[in-house]
Write a protein that binds this ligand. Structure first.
Ligand code: TXA
Ligand code: MG
Length: 324
């Protein structure tokens, strides 16, 4: 069972867990977050595993300083103005990911944008001490509401995590507002702790509502990373010229004919496979092969989210293909 510790005495144990690649539930001003080192793929995989998410939604990366944010993302002038006005606070900015940033691709689910936020309080101090950004979705299991007390986190995730840092009831009680600047206009992707009117006043312009393709909920992103190559699942045989996304110790027939091969996890470890998924897909795509074939991957645990993502990558694509 998770230990619940007062924030005043939880800094060192939380740091020790995060440095060891473990995950910790922490208070933020909005809701409790389930935090892991955003540069460590295995830690990020543990977040998805503990939440029992059936798919990989991109996560928010939390930073402590503007300098840390600038190492991760490119700021346009309007986003910078909003960050200066509302950070630290319940505002999340979706920004272009900086090339070569240390963020693990599982955080962004392979996207070339990243959701960034600078929280207040314990989370900010923790990130500052760690010296690295924290990936943190709300600390609830998939399908349940976001927790605003340490007890609510422990009731839900207590048997899956070691530590819940207790900072009392979260002051805002709602998730952060998520916005993205597109062609100089500000788009509201998720309403939250900062009212739209406050953002409009700061931006000096009306907000555009909803995602570009009309899909409202963030996470249901049509822009999700899709490889340029076609994808064939559950492959038991490789044809000449294909690239192979392997899993486990046993190879598909004719694997030697593949022009490129990456193994998600030689040992068949689902966490390792999750943390390798997006970088391996990208690497195989860069090989120039027209077809990426994927060996069968079990559906248990994180396998559900891995297979969900691969099924989307393999789905027939046309210009209007939406991510549902
Ligand atoms: O207040 C909050 O925002 C809390 C605390 C813990 O910081 N976090 C939170 O995270 O609500 P989560 O994972 O439950 O919600 C993050 C949302 C998801 O709906 C996800 O789809 C969206 O952010 N998101 C993340 N990266 C994105 C991106 N690159 N583009 C668009 N949406 C993105
Ligand atoms: Mg959530």
């Amino acid at each position: 069972m998770a230990e619940i510790r007062e924030a005043a005495e939880a800094m060192e144990p939380a740091l020790a867990l995060l440095r060891a690649g473990e995950i910790v539930a922490i208070p933020t001003e909005t809701v409790y977050g389930l935090a892991g080192d955003a540069t460590n793929g295995a830690a990020v995989a543990k977040i998805f595993e503990a939440k029992g998410r059936p798919r990989f939604n991109p996560l928010i990366a939390h930073v402590a300083t503007m300098a840390m944010a600038e190492e991760i993302a490119e700021f346009d002038p309007l986003s910078r103005t909003l960050a200066e006005k509302f950070w630290p606070g319940p505002l999340t900015l979706v920004l272009p990911l900086k090339a070569g940033s240390a963020i693990h691709p599982l955080v962004t689910a392979g996207l070339d944008t990243i959701a960034l936020r600078m929280p207040r309080g314990f989370g900010a101090r923790l990130i500052e001490r760690l010296g690295r950004p924290l990936a943190a979705p709300s600390a609830n299991s998939s399908g349940r509401i976001s927790p605003t007390t340490a007890e609510a986190v422990a009731d839900d995730l207590g048997d899956r995590i070691q530590l819940v840092v207790d900072g009392g009831a979260t002051p805002v009680g709602l998730e952060s507002t998520i916005v993205k600047v597109e062609d100089g206009r500000l788009r509201l992707l998720r309403p939250g702790g900062i009212a739209a009117g406050e953002l409009e006043a700061a931006a000096g312009a009306a907000l555009v509502r909803g995602a570009k393709n009309g899909v409202e909920a963030p996470g249901m992103l049509a822009s999700h990373y899709a490889p340029g190559a076609m994808v064939r699942l559950d492959a038991t045989e490789v044809e000449a010229g294909e690239a192979l996304l392997a899993f486990g110790p046993r190879r598909a027939r004719n694997a030697g004919a593949a022009v490129a091969m990456r193994n998600l996890s030689e040992a068949g470890d689902m966490r390792e496979a999750a943390s390798n998924l997006f970088s391996h897909l990208q690497a195989l795509d860069r090989s120039g092969a027209k077809m990426i074939v994927v060996e069968p991957i079990p559906h248990d645990g994180l396998g559900e989210a891995i297979n969900d993502r691969l099924a989307r990558a393999a789905a027939p694509r046309d210009s209007g293909a939406s991510y549902k």
